[in-house]
Design a protein around this ligand. Structure first.
Ligand SMILES: NC(=O)c1ccc[n+]([C@@H]2O[C@H](COP(=O)([O-])OP(=O)(O)OC[C@H]3O[C@@H](n4cnc5c(N)ncnc54)[C@H](O)[C@@H]3O)[C@@H](O)[C@H]2O)c1
Ligand SMILES: O=C(O)[C@H](O)[C@H](O)COP(=O)(O)O
Length: 381
């Protein structure tokens, strides 16, 4: 029987993988070579460094990470060792995009009236870019691997950093032509415009956190939102104290996004094993009604917070910091993360009966259903 060793934090682990083999749960942060030596398959999330140190001499023939990011995996070594590898591209991209809008709503930023800069325009940044453009917002993109045929709004990094809201969605790349490690340092931070928002939901190391900490002290006009940090889970409590919103790397933690990661790796493993399997499917069918004011875009922004309010994650992280064990608390918050569903599981409804056409349009672009109780108001031209 196939021996599968897997991070205990992979949602739906037994449901999806038990039909393929015997599943042994391990702690992804502390897993040892001894625990994986006799495994055929290793399934991880982003907290497990995977390479020679863990796998040399093991029986592992397939590694899957149920995440978008792959910076924790030494893919070249796996290739040299003849070990198959799969990641889960795009699985939680919508979750991260929704985090961006909810974070802006939580900061009371009128996002429908801002210019945006995006660094890294792949599954996450690209989804955000297309949504912003569909909303009719100004948005420029820095991505050194894209050309004008991929994106019509490419711009130099300097220009991207000068927008009112700057969203970082680059992977952590340490070498090669375009390394991203500390690509946002003292010099780049100084390019941010007065009163702008800087949001990092890519990887912590893309921003020099030490420089960022100094920068926030000198520039209190800038709102910084950090979901990812250098040194996770033992992040800098001083930096946490300074940011406007700080969350424990949960931007991609919608229940849908996490399950999609599991599902993608399940199919990759089934393919590797030469099995055609449809899998158990998922159990997400909820449609929750949100009672809200849709009389204006500000009201719609408030409705987003009823779906997901990142201030709760921020408060929880600050609370564990006060307790003294920030590293342990950071991981605990992630491990015990509540079931958070994406926008399409909600229907906006409630008091008031007329929704301005523009609000209905924006809700639609964001993937939100507006309940039948509302008649969309036809504004006079
Ligand atoms: N906070 C979270 O919960 C969360 C969730 C999902 C993904 N992520 C992170 O976000 C990253 C991006 O996700 P994705 O799905 O868009 O990945 P992706 O691989 O689809 O796209 C990454 C994009 O970044 C570009 N890029 C590479 N090097 C760059 C550089 N030096 N400067 C600017 N752009 C660069 C690539 O060309 C590509 O277009 C992931 O690698 C992961 O680390 C974080
Ligand atoms: O790369 C990703 O998919 C995200 O960063 C993901 O949310 C990481 O979650 P983790 O594997 O740390 O649970």
């Amino acid at each position: 029987m196939l021996n599968i060793v897997a991070d205990e934090n992979i949602p739906g682990l037994e449901t999806w993988f038990a039909p393929l083999g015997r599943v042994t749960r391990v702690n992804g942060r502390t897993v040892t070579p001894g625990q994986v030596r006799d495994a055929d398959v290793l399934l991880v999330r982003s907290v497990t460094p995977v390479g020679a140190d863990l796998l040399e001499g093991s029986a592992v023939r397939f590694v899957g990470t149920c995440t978008i990011g792959t910076d924790h995996v030494d893919i070249d070594w796996l290739q040299r060792a003849g070990i198959a590898f799969s990641a889960a591209p795009g699985c939680n991209a919508r979750s991260v995009m929704e985090y961006v809008f909810c974070a802006l709503a939580a900061l009371d930023v009128p996002w429908w009236d801002k210019s945006f800069g995006i660094v890294g325009c792949g599954n996450v940044g690209g989804r955000l870019y297309r949504t912003l453009r569909a909303l009719g917002l100004e948005c420029v993109v820095y991505d050194p691997w894209l050309g004008p045929e991929d994106c019509a709004d490419l711009a130099p990094l300097e220009q991207v950093l000068q927008q009112q809201v700057v969203c970082l969605h680059a992977p952590l790349v340490r070498g090669g032509l375009h390394p991203s490690l500390h690509m946002i340092g003292e010099r780049e931070l100084a390019m941010l415009g007065h009163g702008s928002v800087l949001l990092n939901a890519g990887r912590g190391g893309v921003v020099d956190n030490h420089a960022l900490s100094d920068f926030i002290s000198a520039r209190p006009d800038i709102e910084v939102v950090l979901d990812v940090w250098e040194g996770e889970p033992s992040i800098d409590p001083g930096l946490l104290a300074k940011v406007s919103l700080g969350t424990p790397h949960i931007a991609g933690y919608s229940y849908d996004g996490k399950l999609a990661g599991t599902e993608l790796i399940y199919h990759a493993l089934a393919d590797y094993l030469g099995q055609s399997a449809s899998g158990p499917g998922n159990d997400i069918q909820d449609k929750t009604v949100i009672d809200c004011d849709l009389g204006s875009l500000k009201g719609l922004s408030g409705a987003l917070l009823q779906i997901y309010d990142p201030r709760r994650d921020d408060e929880a992280l600050r609370h564990v910091a006060l307790g003294g064990d920030l590293g342990g608390g950071f991981d605990r918050l992630r491990r015990e993360y509540p079931r958070r569903l994406e926008f399409n599981h909600f229907r906006l409804s409630g008091h008031g009966s007329v929704v301005p056409r523009e609000v209905a349009r924006v809700a639609d672009v964001l993937g939100l259903e507006v309940g039948a109780a509302f008649a969309v108001k036809q504004e006079r031209k």
